[in-house]
Design a protein. Structure first.
Length: 191
């Protein structure tokens, strides 16, 4: 009998990207601040697959989450502090891209959130869900957990880049946006 053992891989890299999506017609944002994603650190257990208890048949799956640190920084050091320049985050979206030659990915995840980042300040979101437990019960991660290999690549691992986008607005009403990247692998080892 072949035993399957679950494993996870810590993030391979974190690539950060900063942007605001309101433009003045010349490609420059009107906002006096930048929304930045300073770091994305995957929490313990990220990358694990769903498992089936062979005795009971019960399925266990847990959501994957990350600690995300974000900043609200002035574009110009001489910008005076103002409550109007506070950022209110309203939602985020997670999109997966295969980096291993496969094409099937978990569905995108979009959720509402409410966080305020004061002018020239940071916030730490300790447990932002980027893959729900339900998504682990869908293709391609469920197929990998059950079969022990990915049907597309015939490998015991699925490697993905993860793009996390944040949407919000300044207290003054102007929209603001930022995105960041990380990567990880889901897989099984056969003993």
């Amino acid at each position: 009998m072949i035993k399957k053992k679950l494993f996870f891989v810590l993030p391979l890299f974190v690539l950060l990207y900063t942007a605001c999506d309101t433009f003045n017609g010349t490609g420059e944002t009107r906002s006096g601040v930048y929304l930045t994603i300073d770091s994305i650190i995957l929490n313990e257990g990220a990358g694990s697959l769903a498992s089936i208890n062979e005795d009971t048949g019960n399925i266990t799956a847990e959501s994957d989450s990350a600690e995300v640190v974000m900043s609200n920084r002035p574009k110009n050091a001489s910008t005076l502090a103002s409550d109007w320049l506070d950022i209110v985050l309203t939602e985020y979206q997670v999109t997966f891209y295969r980096t291993d030659g496969g094409s099937t990915v978990p569905n995108s995840l979009r959720r509402k959130i409410t966080y305020t980042i004061n002018f020239n300040d940071d916030i730490n979101i300790n447990s932002l869900t980027f893959l729900s437990a339900e998504q682990k019960l869908e293709s391609p991660l469920w197929d990998l957990a059950v079969n022990g290999y990915d049907r597309e690549t015939e490998m015991p691992v699925i490697e993905v880049s993860v793009m996390i986008e944040f949407f919000g607005h300044l207290v003054s009403g102007e929209t603001i946006y930022a995105k960041g990247w990380t990567s990880l692998a889901y897989g099984v080892t056969v003993q």
